[in-house]
Design a protein around this ligand. Structure first.
Ligand code: NAP
Ligand code: GLV
Length: 309
């Protein structure tokens, strides 16, 4: 039986090396050199080619190389009954916390404006909003959202959260469900999206959502591009309701060169790098799941396909 790395565009040989460093006896194959298709028991997938997940008659598990699984659950080639797992990794969480803190501080301390002032050789001291009454609202209080919340709290930001189910977290007021979304939004001066992409959360960053944020609010999307209705963001920035956005993920990646976001001065763009899975950090959990699969044991970090995350 074998484990197949199916992630075109990634350093699959590097991943193989890391998996073999955990267990040198593993049969690890690298797409497109699958060998006998019947022998593939587990696939580690990212950007998998259309139809590829349907090629393996004995497939029992598809593992995402990242935290998100939307690319697997939405793949029509995923055979029914195949387990789907994701990565949960302290290093991935920490990188996201770094990114979000940087984006929040960049906005809060007006670094974008100082870049403009420098170009014009202007000495202007921008106001800093009082910390009291300034809230960073995080949509999605999962593994990553909670780490981001703690990092922002360490900087003494007031943090709010929104999740599907109620939860109690030290120092964070967490709102739950659709019924509490409006109040959460009305208090969020910065809105950070860290939701999984599911049918319920697709397009959630839209004109209506933005209109409920306080005037001048800033949006950070580090989840998935399809959470955001792009025209609505542009409209709300151009009308002055939103002060800008920091975007790491896009409906189309790479972002096409003629996309209007490139021209919008108050939109910061990064190429899906907010948090990147390091193979050396997650190889052991992938190998552990492969062993569990062989032994018929429950898998780590298995997602619920009905819930979508
Ligand atoms: P997670 O642990 O599964 O947490 C998901 C959170 O979202 C949970 O708090 C969940 O609520 C909440 N949620 C789900 N559906 C909801 C809904 N309909 N309404 C309100 N809340 C909802 O996920 P994670 O590990 O934190 O990762 C979040 C996402 O970040 C990933 O899915 C991925 O897309 C993205 N990501 C992006 C990058 C990047 O580089 N840009 C890197 C890593 C991850 P409950 O707690 O009530 O279940
Ligand atoms: C990256 O986008 C991930 O889901 O880990």
């Amino acid at each position: 039986m074998a484990l197949l790395l199916l992630m075109p565009g990634r350093d699959m040989q590097g991943w193989k090396k890391n998996l073999l460093a955990v267990d040198g006896a593993l049969d690890v194959r690298v797409w497109p050199d699958t060998g006998n298709l019947d022998e593939i028991l587990m696939v580690v997938a990212w950007n998998q080619p259309p139809g590829s997940l349907a090629l393996f008659p004995n497939l029992r598990c598809v593992a995402s190389l990242g935290a998100g699984v939307d690319h697997i659950l939405s793949d029509p080639a995923l055979p029914p009954g195949v387990a789907v797992t994701r990565v949960v990794d302290a290093q991935l969480n920490r990188m996201m916390a770094e990114y979000v803190c940087l984006a929040v501080l960049h906005h809060y301390r007006s670094f974008g404006r100082y870049e403009e002032h420098k170009r014009e050789r202007k000495w202007v001291q921008e106001p800093v909003p009082p910390a009291e009454g300034y809230h960073v609202g995080i949509m999605g209080m999962g593994v990553i959202g909670r780490t981001v919340a703690r990092a922002l709290q360490a900087l003494e930001f007031r943090v709010l959260g929104w999740a599907r189910t109620p939860k109690s977290l030290p120092g964070v007021r967490v709102f739950a469900g659709k019924q509490e979304l409006d109040e959460f939004l009305s208090l969020s001066n910065v809105l950070v999206c860290l939701l999984p992409l599911t049918p319920e959360t697709k397009d959630i960053l839209n004109r209506h959502t933005f209109s409920l944020l306080p005037r001048g609010a800033y949006v950070i999307n580090v989840a998935r591009g399809a959470h955001l209705v792009e025209e609505d963001l542009l409209e709300m920035i151009r009308s002055g309701h939103l002060s800008g956005a920091c975007l790491d993920v896009f409906r189309e990646e790479p972002l096409p060169p003629d996309h209007p976001f490139w021209q919008e001065p108050s939109i910061m763009i990064t190429p899906h790098v907010a948090s990147i899975t390091r193979p050396e950090s997650v190889a052991s959990q992938i190998v552990e799941n492969y062993r569990r699969l062989l032994a018929g044991k429950p898998l780590l970090h298995q997602v619920d396909p009905r819930r979508g995350y």
